[in-house]
Ligand binder design. Structure first.
Ligand SMILES: [Mg+2]
Length: 231
């Protein structure tokens, strides 16, 4: 469904911008590995964790069968009990911890009150990314959620930003992208004609030089809770 852009829009990245995805995932992985080692995976916990990290690196974080591969690598065959135990622990821990960064909801309310249309532009699987917004109760604020899976292009490709602008009927020069990755969120947005706000990340010296040399419209904030100081 097409949404009407009022006259200005803010697009957010999801992972490590609205919520601390990386640290929740790491805690959940540790808990899962701990539980399956305690319940019979015949290997030291630390070693199991290293193998597990290797598997994630090989298969990508959205691969659905990390625990199958782990049991197969350690004991030579898949162990359904340990696989289910690992998956359940991982999901329970992750979703019990999951919360947005402080003041995220206050910022979204602030932006709505200021007349901004709000969208999400995210690299990842569509259902998984929606699930995060729904579990955090952030979904009512978003007019659109656009994923790389849906568009067929990942940030920083301009196509994903252009598609988001098109769907919200927004113009690039009145739109701002908020994200934690300079290379993908910010450069992609700038190349599509938008402004960028970098959060939860520090610029490298080279990036600072690039911004100055090319006169890029980039603001750097500590985190999402400071967005109301610039918009
Ligand atoms: Mg991110």
């Amino acid at each position: 469904m097409d949404e009407d852009c009022k006259d200005k829009a803010v697009f957010f990245d999801i992972d490590d911008t609205l919520l601390d995805t990386s640290s929740f995932a790491e805690l959940a992985r540790h808990a899962a590995i701990n539980n399956i080692v305690e319940n019979g995976l015949p290997i030291e916990e630390e070693e199991a964790y290293d193998i597990f990290k290797e598997i994630i690196k090989e298969k990508g974080s959205n691969y659905g069968k990390h625990f199958n591969v782990l049991t197969k690598r350690v004991i030579g065959a898949e162990d359904p009990y340990l696989i289910a135990l690992g998956m359940t622990t991982y999901h329970n821990v992750k979703f019990s911890l999951l919360e947005p960064f402080p003041r995220t909801i206050a910022i979204l309310i602030y932006l709505k009150q200021k007349g901004y249309t709000i969208g999400a532009i995210t690299n990842g699987l569509t259902i998984k990314q929606w699930e995060k917004l729904i579990r955090l109760n952030l979904h009512p604020f978003f007019d659109i959620v656009l994923t790389s899976e849906e568009v067929g292009y990942e940030k920083p490709h301009t196509k994903i930003f252009e598609e988001a602008l098109k769907r919200m009927n927004c113009s690039a020069d009145k739109s701002i992208m908020v994200g934690n990755k300079f290379d993908t969120d910010i450069i992609g947005a700038i190349n599509a004609g938008m402004k960028g706000i970098l959060v939860n990340s520090e610029l490298t010296f080279e990036e600072e030089e690039m911004i100055e040399k090319e006169n890029l419209d980039v603001t750097v904030l500590n985190n999402i809770s400071d967005v109301d100081t610039v918009l």
